[in-house]
Design a protein around this ligand. Structure first.
Ligand SMILES: C[S@@+](CC[C@H](N)C(=O)[O-])C[C@H]1O[C@@H](n2cnc3c(N)ncnc32)[C@H](O)[C@@H]1O
Length: 238
């Protein structure tokens, strides 16, 4: 059995918790407390979230996409693969060291997505962006936890409350999609998304993509277009 080697650790801002980055040959693991948050060998559902969300905005001109939680960069890389040259992707990552790891030992895992000139990174709580911005995004991809029950930090629970969902709804442009990753289904959360005004598809995806593995849940929630509303038009200059 090859032992894991601790490469680095990082305090989670505003919490007692710590993220730790481990390596075992070519495999990496990010852990919080005693639980694994992410493993570099299992990323099919993280990529599927980006594919499902970006497919729904494929006809939008100059799409703007917000990704909450960089992790190992797989969702970001899959979104970039799906989006055209005019798109812009912002990543909100709470833990600055995670960004540094993605520029260092993790960079090659997903093909150096932070080097793509469509990408900007903000080292902030994604909730800060959701609270501040209105009608700003065509897609918001949220993968900061194990699902609607916060894992990285207690402060994330707000994201899955009605107030948090209202903020996500308001931050989207009409027709935009809010995608949420979860390790398991959560019927109460599906209902809450509907109550917040979203049209909701609940997708089951495999943890290892075509190689199978466990089943994860992705909610794709669309901010409906008002009866006489148009989809967002010219905005390639922003
Ligand atoms: C499970 S990982 C994301 C995995 C990612 N989808 C991928 O493809 O590699 C969760 C990430 O979200 C970050 N995070 C946790 N809470 C956050 C928040 N409130 N705002 C922004 N990032 C957050 C963590 O530091 C971690 O990098």
């Amino acid at each position: 059995m090859i032992p894991w080697q601790l490469l680095d650790s990082a305090q989670v801002p505003g919490e007692d918790g710590e993220l730790r980055l481990y390596q075992r040959r070519g495999e990496f693991s990010i852990r919080v407390g005693g639980s694994e948050l992410m493993n570099s060998r299992v990323h099919g559902s993280e990529e599927a979230m980006a594919e499902l969300a970006c497919a729904r905005i494929a006809s939008f001109p100059c799409p703007r996409v917000l990704i909450g939680g960089l992790g190992m960069g797989y969702t970001l890389a899959a979104a970039l693969h799906r989006l055209d040259a005019e798109s812009r992707v912002m990543v909100a990552e709470l833990v600055p060291e995670v960004v540094a790891w993605n520029r260092g030992p993790l960079a090659a895992l997903a093909g150096h997505p932070l080097d793509d000139n469509r990408v900007t990174v903000r080292e902030v709580d994604v909730a800060q962006i959701l609270r501040a911005e209105h009608r700003a995004w065509d897609a918001i991809l949220l993968d900061v936890d194990n699902g609607p029950r916060g894992m990285t930090r207690k402060g994330n629970n707000w994201l899955y409350t009605r107030t948090g969902l209202d903020a996500a709804f308001a931050a989207l442009r009409p027709g935009g999609v809010f995608a949420v990753w979860s390790a398991s289904p959560d019927p109460a959360f599906t209902q809450l998304l509907r109550k917040a005004g979203f049209e909701v598809d609940e997708e089951r995806v495999r943890a290892r993509g075509p190689r199978g593995g466990g089943t994860h849940t992705i909610w794709i929630a669309r901010r409906t277009v008002p009866p006489h509303g148009a989809l967002p038009g010219e905005r390639c200059d922003d």
